[in-house]
Design a protein around this ligand. Structure first.
Ligand SMILES: *[C@@H]1O[C@H](CO)[C@@H](O)[C@H](O)[C@H]1NC(C)=O
Ligand SMILES: *[C@@H]1O[C@H](CO)[C@@H](O)[C@H](O)[C@H]1NC(C)=O
Ligand SMILES: *[C@@H]1O[C@H](CO)[C@@H](O)[C@H](O)[C@H]1NC(C)=O
Length: 468
């Protein structure tokens, strides 16, 4: 224990001096995804970003309300042209012109748009829009040239890490053969010609989760670890993230594109996952994101490109409750929709100083700040099913508060949590009280179909009702 603590202290000192001497730090931005029905207004979000010292944000569209809220905020914005528009943009220059006019020039320069992501993870788009990608990028570029914006706004397109055929060892990185001629080479040519960079989405979490028997968790989380030597070039890696990024550099080199830079447009780690999503936890998410920020702000690059500072956008700003897929998908946020932090990590040089001296706060040792909520991994809640209908909900509510023995004092008329307008909210309160009281045993959150289990902390109001 003592020697480990000493080791951590030494690394902290070494790291902090590295930060002092480096002048060009990388940048930390954040993805502002909005696949949710409970997020704060864009104006509030801009305040949140500013209060956190975040000055780069990436969007998945060009929503006018968001771009307007970001005007004169000092925050740089990467916007996106959704995959659904790739075909029309690729085949019709006037469609591209119209899009740029109504979605870019209308907001620029008040809103500091610095990049346009044309499509997102296009090669894995189920509608296979790959053939439209480069033509769409070129048409958008031609539109920017007309407006003389081509030197201010970069065009690129985030690729999923799965565009690689091979990523281990890093030096053997290669793109999928079937993508190279049709799209990778034309895209890299375009990026070179326009002085842009490759956008890459990289999630070491997926690799770790699927191979947790082979990949060390410390390595995946940028924690102290002995390192992994790349058998191809002898370089030593201390994080899976850097190994992944270098695999992309190697894949580009393999087809003679050595001088294209990379911006990591998405990376993150979920704070909650399903049982089979090994590694998803609040503590691991805090370690991954916090240590990543430390790495990026140190200004150092990867073993293959040590001089190139890393530029990343974390994924993401909020937990997004309407995202389909496994539980992890809805739990990548640094913030709950009520703007409370899911966990504490540094986002700026200032915060980093304090964070380093207490390496990685663990869930157990952490003292929640006032109003902050701690979610246990595997924690579940019971909520009312609004679709069950009034009759069923009323009957179930009566049962839960009566025979069921749920604590329903707070939802009696006149009590603090009585909401006359929402039977569903009152029923959720009662059902969850019953469910927790029965220690979440199987079958205690059914109420004949009037209730269901969620593995995501319900909204703030619900939280206050239940856990004050
Ligand atoms: C932006 O582009 C969309 C298509 O994505 C278009 O429907 C819309 O009219 C454009 N303008 C604005 C202000 O949203
Ligand atoms: C997607 O389209 C490209 C050509 O545009 C084609 O070569 C490729 O096979 C398609 N992929 C799938 C999975 O359908
Ligand atoms: C922008 O376009 C103009 C006109 O084609 C060209 O001269 C200039 O080099 C371009 N700038 C960049 C950064 O691509």
């Amino acid at each position: 224990m003592a020697s480990r603590a000493f080791h951590l202290l030494v690394s902290a000192i070494v790291l902090s001096s590295a930060i002092v001497v480096s002048d060009a730090a990388g940048s930390v931005g954040i993805n502002y995804g909005r696949v949710a029905n409970n997020l704060p207004s864009p104006e509030k979000v801009v305040q949140l970003l500013k209060s956190q010292g975040i000055n780069k944000v990436k969007l998945y569209d060009t929503a006018a309300a968001v771009l307007t809220a970001l005007a004169n905020s000092g925050i740089s914005v990467a916007v996106a042209l959704p995959n659904e528009l790739l075909a029309s943009t690729a085949t019709d220059q006037s469609a591209a012109d119209n899009w740029v006019q109504s979605n870019i020039t209308k907001f620029y320069p008040q809103t500091k748009i610095e990049a346009i992501a044309v499509g997102n993870e296009v090669f894995v788009d189920p509608k296979n829009t790959t053939k439209y990608l480069v033509p769409a990028m070129k048409n958008i570029h031609a539109s920017l040239v007309k407006w003389k914006l081509n030197s201010s706004i970069k065009i690129s397109s985030p690729i999923a890490f799965s565009a690689l055929q091979n990523s281990y060892p890093s030096s053997a990185g290669s793109f999928k053969q079937e993508l190279i001629e049709p799209v990778i080479k034309p895209m890299l040519d375009f990026l070179k010609q326009t002085g842009s960079y490759l956008m890459v989405n990289a999630y070491p979490f997926f690799a770790y989760s699927a191979n947790s028997d082979q990949i060390s968790l410390d390595y995946a989380l940028f924690k102290d670890n002995p390192g992994v030597v790349d058998s191809g070039n002898g370089l030593k890696y201390h994080s899976l993230f850097e190994a992944q990024i270098d695999a992309v550099f190697a894949a580009m080199s393999a087809i003679q594109y050595d001088d294209v830079k990379i911006v990591v447009t998405e990376t993150g780690w979920p704070s909650i996952g399903d049982e089979n999503e090994i590694g998803a936890s609040e503590e691991n998410a805090a370690s991954y994101n916090g240590n990543l920020v430390r790495k990026v702000l140190s200004g150092s690059g990867t073993p293959l490109r040590p001089q190139d500072p890393l530029n990343v956008y974390l994924f993401g700003l909020f937990n997004e409750n309407k995202k389909p897929g496994p539980t992890s998908e809805r739990n990548y946020g640094l913030f709950y929709p009520d703007e409370q932090k899911v966990y504490n990590i540094p986002l700026t040089q200032e915060e980093l100083k304090g964070w380093q001296s207490t390496p990685v706060k663990t869930s157990t040792s952490r003292v929640p700040v006032s109003g902050e909520v701690k979610t246990q991994v595997g924690q579940t809640w019971c909520v009312a099913n609004g679709k069950a209908g009034e009759e069923k909900l009323k009957a179930a509510l009566e049962y839960a508060c009566g025979e069921g023995g749920a604590d329903c004092n707070a939802i009696q008329p006149g009590a603090a949590c009585y909401n006359p307008n929402s039977l569903e909210a009152r029923a959720s309160y009662a059902f969850n009280s019953y469910y927790q009281k029965k220690t979440r045993a199987a079958g205690t959150c059914e109420f004949g179909g009037a209730a269901y289990v969620v593995s995501q902390r319900p909204g703030m109001l619900f939280y206050l009702l239940n856990y004050k």
